[in-house]
Design a protein around this ligand. Structure first.
Ligand SMILES: CC(C)(COP(=O)(O)OP(=O)(O)OC[C@H]1O[C@@H](n2cnc3c(N)ncnc32)[C@H](O)[C@@H]1OP(=O)(O)O)[C@@H](O)C(=O)NCCC(=O)NCCS
Length: 181
């Protein structure tokens, strides 16, 4: 079911989970998720892992030329209101109708039983409703499981770039897929 996109209300649902935009009011929940996802933060930003990165990725980080109105920092909440995942997506970047997925992360306890796959299907459905035609992301060379996930879901590497986050420099596979339907 498609729902309104006002801040605080559900953008879409995945089984018993609700996805809504996060705000500064969610900072304690975001920090807690960041603590649980330290290994993922370390993989991108180096050591020691700083959970605050996850807060910035979901609330403030923007690529060049974009404004906060283009940014959808979303949280995946279970029925009890626990935050079990985060998605950050930028509208029309780098091209019109191509949206950029900057973060797609689940609590480690919620991985490896298909939730990510269902979340991606629901996200893509929502994106098509918003007028997106392509989804783009960058997966680190250090994240083999992540690249397997995207490849399994039809994403193809279009180029490779070297980028530095925190104190870590990595090669990233820029991956992209047309949104069907
Ligand atoms: C990437 C991520 C979002 C995927 O979500 P997920 O729920 O773990 O994804 P899935 O469960 O669909 O697939 C993950 C693995 O579980 C396996 N799996 C899925 N359902 C399963 C089941 N019922 N029983 C056993 N294994 C299962 C998949 O085959 C896959 O195996 P693989 O790693 O050997 O390829 C999640 O692992 C995550 O948050 N990782 C850290 C952040 C990250 O790397 N994000 C991507 C950045 S580019």
């Amino acid at each position: 079911m498609r729902m309104t996109s006002l801040r605080g209300e559900a953008l879409f649902e995945v089984e018993e989970y609700r996805v809504r935009r996060v705000s500064e009011q969610d900072i304690p929940l975001l920090r807690n998720l960041g603590e649980r996802c330290r290994e993922h933060i370390e993989l991108h930003y180096g050591s020691p892992p700083d959970p605050e990165h996850l807060i910035r990725e979901l609330l403030t980080d923007l690529p060049p030329g974009k404004v906060l109105a283009d940014k959808f920092g979303m949280g995946l909440f279970d029925r009890s209101g626990r935050l079990v995942g985060g998605i950050d997506i930028i509208r029309d970047y780098p091209e019109p109708r191509e949206w950029y997925l900057g973060l797609f992360v689940l609590d480690p306890k919620s991985r490896n039983h298909g939730l990510g796959a269902k979340l991606l299907v629901a996200l893509e459905h929502w994106l098509r409703g918003e007028g997106a035609a392509y989804l783009r992301l960058a997966a680190s060379e250090h994240n083999e499981a992540g690249r397997r996930f995207w490849t399994r879901h039809g994403f193809e590497t279009v180029r490779q770039v070297i980028a530095e986050f925190g104190n870590k420099q990595s090669l990233f596979h820029v991956m992209r897929r047309a949104l069907e339907g």
